[in-house]
Design a protein around this ligand. Structure first.
Ligand code: NOJ
Length: 557
């Protein structure tokens, strides 16, 4: 690593969804001891940081994103001793551990909310956002991310409370300074334990517009939950968090910023270090949204549009802020089904996606199973889904907008459960994930798509990731070089160049299942092939890229 660069600019992060990673006790649910057992696997992959989706006590309405105690561990996942051991062993292997900070909302079973709903004059009342009814209805037209209104009527105190997610996830009132102090003190408690940072859940939504005005409704009659994105005090609150919680510690901070624009990201992730290190933006994952104003309507992804988005973020943040690089996470379907060809070119297109993303500027994130080329699950019926988002969306959209079959197609393509099927470790029953009955079905392709097979095959997707991860660590060029998109309108080729002083990198990716001719730009006649996905050994000035072929050329001029 280069001492002059912060470690998080030369690191690759691996995201674990603990429920689906590895079950050490046979109850069908992944757990902390399971993660500890698999740390050597992550070390072989070469990642530097592990981000754990929430591991805290939770009634699991939204799989842990509804927290009822920030300072204890979900019983299904283990104990605090298990966590301490995980942290110690990870550090001993040189892996840093980042936790999920879910602070826009708590569970309705959190003691703060239990108190808050007791009476209007309860000291915790103002920890949450309570409002009177307006014309005997909700106070405004805001919609929940999980269908329906963002307000729930409370019979006991005759007011509504705000929940941008499920009604079991009431929004905290960040305008209350005591709430902020509670969150910062909890963060310090974890940092004192030795964790290495936070991924901050929907942090762009914490500051609500005063007066909570109506927003532009979607076809459902409600606004998108993003109506609260980048609110008036969000930067002030994050600066305070930096000063009062993060400043003394050496951390990685990444804000999940739904609804973030490039201009806003320059503030959230500014190189002056006053707020976060980087944000997750969602323009490139949301680009296939169509009607109904949210994710269930979808259209074919246009490559020129994808290139425009990623390139705008590359160029826009260079030297000003910092990018995160990701194709997927626990909320997104598998990227192979979105941008690759999981049937005819599964391995090759998975490697193409890795090469294309990992040679850009930013911190790359690998979501569990991505390094194996895991794919969307072939869901056949509604009862196979576990995710409340998928189930609520079905109830909201069928039959009012869509037929059962149309919705099933949308769910198969977009449901978050596609990312949440168990990690495929081997060709043993249940993919070696559990000796019991898994909480959600294992993908039937586990007999061929699994970690054991990938590790045994030197040409597997796993090793392409391993190479890219090593390059990121060893080669500061990837953090420092500038970026230029070539052929912006080409419908099949994604080609970009990076330059730093006398060094050049040219990345060529064919995002189609047809051969594509190309002409090398000047200056690459004597370049060497840095990485490739077809066994290519040389390249001529006029050449052809095979279906889903990708390679990168390195040249010192
Ligand atoms: C974003 C998380 O990534 C998602 O899984 C969760 O449902 C919502 N925030 C609410 O916490």
């Amino acid at each position: 690593m280069n001492e002059k660069l912060p470690w998080w600019k030369q690191s690759t992060v691996y995201q674990i969804y603990p429920r689906s990673f590895y079950d050490s006790n046979g109850d069908g649910i992944g757990d902390l001891n399971g993660i500890t057992q698999k740390l050597p696997y992550l070390q072989t992959l070469g990642v530097d940081v592990v981000w754990l989706s929430p591991i805290y006590q939770s009634p699991n309405d939204d799989n842990g994103y509804d927290i009822s105690d920030y300072q204890s561990i979900m019983a299904e996942f283990g104990t605090m001793e298990d966590f301490d051991r995980l942290l110690k062993e990870a550090h001993a292997l040189g892996l840093r551990v980042v936790l999920d900070l879910v602070a826009n909302h708590t569970s309705d079973e959190h003691p703060w909310f239990v108190e808050s709903r007791r009476s209007k004059d309860n000291p915790y009342r103002d920890y949450y956002i309570w409002r009177d009814a307006k014309d005997r209805k909700e106070p405004n037209n805001w919609g929940s991310c999980f269908a329906g209104p963002a307000w729930e009527w409370d019979e006991q105190t005759k007011q509504y409370y705000l929940h941008l997610f499920s009604k079991k996830q009431p929004d905290l009132n960040w305008d209350n300074p005591t709430v902020r102090e509670e969150i910062f003190s909890m963060m310090r408690w974890w940092l004192d334990k030795g964790i290495d940072g936070f991924r901050m859940d929907v942090i762009s939504l914490i500051s609500k517009e005063p007066g909570l005005p109506d927003g532009v409704p979607m076809a459902t009659g409600y606004t998108s939950f993003n109506v609260c994105a980048n609110g008036p005090h969000v930067h002030e609150y994050l600066k305070q968090m930096r000063r009062e919680a993060l400043a003394p510690y050496d951390t990685l901070t990444v804000g999940e910023c739904s609804g973030v624009t490039l201009e806003e990201a320059k503030r959230y992730a500014n190189a002056d270090g006053s707020e976060l290190n980087m944000v997750f933006q969602f323009e490139h994952t949301d680009m296939d949204f169509l009607d109904l104003g949210h994710k269930w309507g979808y259209q074919k992804v246009s490559l020129p549009r994808l290139k425009e988005i990623l390139s705008r973020w590359q160029v826009g943040l260079h030297g000003i802020a910092w990018n995160s690089l990701f194709w997927q996470n626990h909320d997104q379907p598998r990227i192979l089904n979105r941008l690759g060809d999981p049937v005819h070119y599964r391995e090759r297109s998975a490697k193409l996606l890795a090469i294309c993303l990992h040679l850009m500027e930013g911190t790359p994130y690998v979501y569990q199973g991505e390094e194996l080329g895991m794919t969307n699950y072939p869901f056949q019926s509604l009862d196979e889904f576990r995710d409340l988002d998928s189930i609520r969306a079905y109830e909201e959209l069928v039959p009012r907008f869509w037929s059962h079959e149309e919705m099933m197609d949308a769910l198969r393509y977009k449901s978050r459960d596609n990312a949440r099927t168990p990690m495929q470790w081997s060709d043993e029953p249940q993919a070696g994930f559990t000796t019991g009955t898994p909480w959600i079905a294992v993908h039937p392709n586990y007999r061929t798509v699994n970690a054991k097979a990938a590790l045994a095959d030197p040409s597997s997707i796993f090793y392409t990731y391993q190479t890219l991860i090593r390059l990121r660590k060893e080669w500061p060029f990837l953090a420092l070089a500038d970026y230029r998109l070539l052929l912006p309108d080409d419908e099949a080729l994604f080609v970009y160049e990076r330059r730093l002083e006398s060094e050049r990198l040219l990345v060529l990716c064919n995002f189609s299942d047809k051969e594509q001719p190309f002409t090398l730009p000047d200056g690459y006649e004597h370049a060497s092939i840095l990485i490739q996905n077809t066994g290519r050994e040389n390249v001529s000035q006029k050449d052809r890229l095979k279906p889903y072929e990708a390679f990168a050329l390195h040249q010192i001029v």
